[in-house]
Design a protein around this ligand. Structure first.
Ligand code: AKG
Ligand code: FE2
Length: 348
C-alpha cells in the first residue's frame, strides 16, 4: 500500500465512520412532475414540501425534474473518458492562478487535500469576476473556459447538459422563493450575469478511506446546488437535529438539491446551508456532477427585506458575492494559515 501522504489525512474527529449509521428518516424525495406539466395540479403541495425539506434538512432530492436522461448519460460518459485519459491531455487544460477553469487534482477543503480530481467550467462563458479579493480593488477579470480535445464530444455534451440543468436550477430558485412567501421571480434578477459553475468530480478508489475524504466537510457558498451522483454513494449530510452524518442513498437519475449560504442569508437563517462531505471507498471509484448556481459578481447579499422586521431583525450585514467567492477560492491551491471566509463573519 505504501506510505499514506499526510496531506490527505483528516484530523481524528473528522474521519468517516465507514459503517454508516442506520438511517431512519431519509432525505425527502420530491416529485416535480406536477410543477413541470402545464396543469399545475399540486403546486402548493410541492412548494410546501420544498419549504419543509429546506428547513429540516437543507437537502432534498428531485425526480421527474425535466433534465433529459440521455444528456446526463452523455456527459457522464464523456467525464469518465476524460478522467480515464492520459494525464498529459488533462494537464493541457490544467487550471492555474490566472485561469480558474479546467482540470485540477489538488483541491484542499479546510486545509486537508481532497481525494479527487475535478474539471470545472463556467455556465456562462465568458464570466466576469473581481480581479482580487481586496475590498477596494474594483478591477474585474474575465474568466473563460478551457476545453480538452479528447474525448471529441466532451465540450458539446458539457454545454448542452449545462443548459438543461440551468433550467432546473431556475425552477428550484422559484419554488424555494415561493416557499419563503416571496414572489417566484424575486431573486431571478441577481442571476442575469450568473457566475455559475459546473463541476465534474472523479473520486478514484482510495487505499485509506478511513483516513481521507473525497471532499472534506463544507457548506456550499452559492444559492443552491443541483448534484448528479452515480450509484456508488458517498455523499453524507450533517443532520440538523443531532449532528450525525447521514449518507444520501443514490436514487437512480434523481438530483440532489441543497440550499447554500446565499439562501441562508436571504432567508435570514430560516433555511440553513448544511454541512456535507464525501466519503471515498477502497473498491469503487465514484463520479458526481454538481451545478453550483451562483449570481452575478456584483450581487449584494443580505436578508430579504420582506423577511425582516422589528421582531426579527436582519442577522447579517450585506456582502458582495464576487468578493466572497474570490476570497473563498484563494485557499484552493495551497494550505493557508487563516480560516477561510464564512458567512458567519457577516453576522450582526
Ligand atoms: O460529490 C458529491 O457528492 C458532492 C460534492 C460537493 O459537495 C461539492 O463539490 O461541493
Ligand atoms: Fe458541496
Amino acid at each position: 500500500m505504501g506510505e499514506v501522504d499526510p496531506a490527505f489525512v483528516q484530523a481524528d474527529e473528522h474521519r468517516p465512520k465507514l459503517k454508516p449509521v442506520e438511517v431512519v428518516d431519509e432525505i425527502p424525495v420530491i416529485d416535480l412532475s406536477d410543477i413541470l406539466n402545464p396543469t399545475h395540479k399540486n403546486t402548493q403541495q410541492v412548494i410546501s414540501d420544498v419549504g419543509r425539506a429546506c428547513e429540516t434538512w437543507g437537502f432534498f432530492q428531485v425526480v421527474n425534474h425535466g433534465v433529459p436522461v440521455e444528456l446526463r448519460r452523455r456527459v457522464e460518459a464523456a467525464a469518465k473518458k476524460f478522467f480515464d485519459g492520459p494525464l498529459e491531455e488533462k494537464r493541457k487544460v490544467k487550471r492555474d492562478e490566472v485561469n480558474a477553469m479546467g482540470y485540477y487534482e489538488s483541491e484542499h477543503t479546510k486545509n486537508v487535500r481532497d481525494w479527487k480530481e475535478v474539471f470545472d467550467f463556467l455556465v456562462q462563458d465568458p464570466t466576469q469576476m473581481p480581479a482580487s479579493h481586496e475590498p477596494d480593488d474594483k478591477e474585474l477579470r474575465i474568466l473563460t473556459n478551457q476545453w480538452p480535445l479528447f474525448p471529441d464530444d466532451f465540450r458539446e455534451a458539457c454545454e448542452e447538459y449545462a443548459r438543461e440543468v440551468e433550467k432546473l436550477a431556475y425552477k428550484l430558485l422559484e419554488l424555494i422563493s415561493l416557499s419563503l412567501g416571496v414572489p417566484a421571480n424575486r431573486l431571478n434578477g441577481y442571476f442575469k450575469d450568473q457566475t455559475s459553475l459546473l463541476r465534474l468530480n472523479h473520486y478514484p478508489q482510495c487505499p485509506f478511506p478511513h483516513l481521507a475524504l473525497g471532499v472534506g466537510r463544507h457548506k456550499d457558498a452559492g444559492a443552491l446546488t443541483v448534484l448528479a451522483q452515480d450509484d456508488v454513494g458517498g455523499l453524507e449530510v450533517r443532520r440538523k437535529s443531532d449532528g450525525e452524518w447521514i449518507p444520501v442513498t443514490p436514487t437512480p437519475d434523481a438530483y440532489i438539491i441543497n440550499v447554500g449560504d446565499l439562501f441562508q442569508v436571504w432567508s435570514n437563517d430560516k433555511y440553513e446551508s448544511v454541512e456535507h462531505r464525501v466519503v471515498v471507498n477502497s473498491t469503487k471509484e465514484r463520479f458526481s456532477i454538481p451545478f453550483f448556481f451562483f449570481p452575478s459578481h456584483n450581487t449584494i447579499v443580505k436578508p430579504l427585506e420582506e423577511l425582516v422586521n422589528e421582531q426579527s431583525p436582519a442577522k447579517y450585514r450585506e456582502y458582495n458575492w464576487g468578493k466572497f467567492f474570490v476570497t473563498r477560492n484563494r485557499s484552493d491551491f495551497k494550505k493557508r494559515d487563516v480560516e477561510n471566509i464564512q458567512i458567519y463573519h457577516f453576522r450582526v
